[in-house]
Design a protein around this ligand. Structure first.
Ligand SMILES: NC(=O)c1ccc[n+]([C@@H]2O[C@H](COP(=O)([O-])OP(=O)(O)OC[C@H]3O[C@@H](n4cnc5c(N)ncnc54)[C@H](OP(=O)(O)O)[C@@H]3O)[C@@H](O)[C@H]2O)c1
Length: 294
């Protein structure tokens, strides 16, 4: 029997790729879910890359922008668990404002309200990164670890949604490989990650905060990702390896354009130059997902 109460579960970042799967998984297990969204109309539509609409029988949409001061007060009233998949990916906002400050505001409200636990989804390897995204996620993880609210920090490898551009590039016939094409990752489908997170949160919480790194069932090199994308696209792309010095030059140039461009370039460059392999979970395979995209 699950040790968690039947109080509603609040999900912030609910309209994102992962957030939608978290809400769907909780709803399917019969939990009452409060999905915090900026735009209820958009929330009821399917998300990108097949992510589900937020229309479950047990799901209530709560309209709020958690980055706005004062919008968080009362948001967690009566909540048991809190999940956060809140973070900047394609949005233009500062990662510090969203990944750190907005998540921190949710955490402070969780402390004030006395929720049972908080599960935060960050990203693998951020503690070694120097980009603003990495520093913002690391700063929030540290705040959660020192909070009296027990919980989990789940740091996943890349999401399938993030890999879709590989198929686009394979279709165009040219592919850029990282300086070391042998770097490894185990990308994960949003549904598999959501199931993992909900399982985790249904176990005993605390004391303190647990930290888990997780990825999908297949450990692949960058070169293998390109090969399965090419197989799915039915092409034989020309692959070019980006020399390390060129990558450093691109980061430097992007930094001259703006801080935002520089930080994004740094984030991608750092992601392209280290392994992102973690505990394997899930049943969905990248090759099948790529095939469905084509
Ligand atoms: N994508 C990957 O490969 C990957 C891999 C590992 C870890 N992660 C991390 O996992 C988390 C979820 O990723 P995802 O791919 O699901 O991201 P996503 O689809 O971009 O969703 C991010 C969520 O945060 C919200 N958000 C972003 N900027 C906001 C702002 N300025 N104000 C209010 N809300 C804002 C979005 O709201 P709206 O829908 O209203 O924009 C959305 O609900 C992120 O922290 C990401 O860094 C991602």
């Amino acid at each position: 029997m699950s040790p968690v109460s039947d109080r509603p579960v609040t999900v912030v970042g609910a309209t994102g790729y992962l957030g939608r799967y978290l809400v769907a998984e909780l709803d399917a297990r019969g939990h009452r879910v409060r999905a915090v969204v900026r735009d209820p109309g958009r929330a009821r539509q399917p998300g990108p890359y097949g992510a589900p609409p937020l229309i479950g029988a047990h799901t209530e949409l709560v309209r709020a922008d958690v980055t706005e001061p004062g919008r968080i007060t009362g948001l967690l009233a009566g909540s048991g668990r809190v999940f956060s998949a809140l973070g900047v990916t394609r949005q233009k906002a500062s990662p510090w404002d969203v990944d750190f400050l907005a998540n921190l505001a949710v955490l402070r409200e969780a402390e004030r309200t006395g929720v049972e636990s908080m599960l935060y989804v960050g990203a693998i390897g951020m503690e070694h990164g120097t980009s603003l995204v990495a520093r913002s996620k690391t700063a929030f993880a540290a705040a959660l670890e020192s909070s009296p609210v027990p919980g989990w920090i789940v740091n996943p490898s890349a999401y399938f949604s993030d890999m879709s551009s590989t198929v686009d590039l394979a279709r165009r016939g040219v592919f850029l490989l990282p300086p070391d094409p042998g770097i490894r990752l185990n990308p994960i489908h949003g549904a598999d990650l959501a199931a993992f997170c909900v399982d985790l949160s249904e176990g005993p919480a605390g004391p303190g905060t647990g930290r888990v790194e997780v990825g999908g069932p297949d450990v692949l090199t960058a070169r293998e990702v390109v090969r399965i994308a090419a197989d799915a696209a039915g092409t034989d792309p020309c692959t070019l390896r980006i020399p390390r010095r060129l990558l450093d030059g691109m980061v430097w140039t992007a930094g001259r354009v703006s801080d935002r461009h520089g930080n994004l370039a740094r984030f991608f460059a750092e992601s392209m130059t280290r392994d992102a392999v973690s505990r394997c979970t899930g049943t969905r395979h990248l090759a099948d997902w790529f095939a469905d995209l084509t």
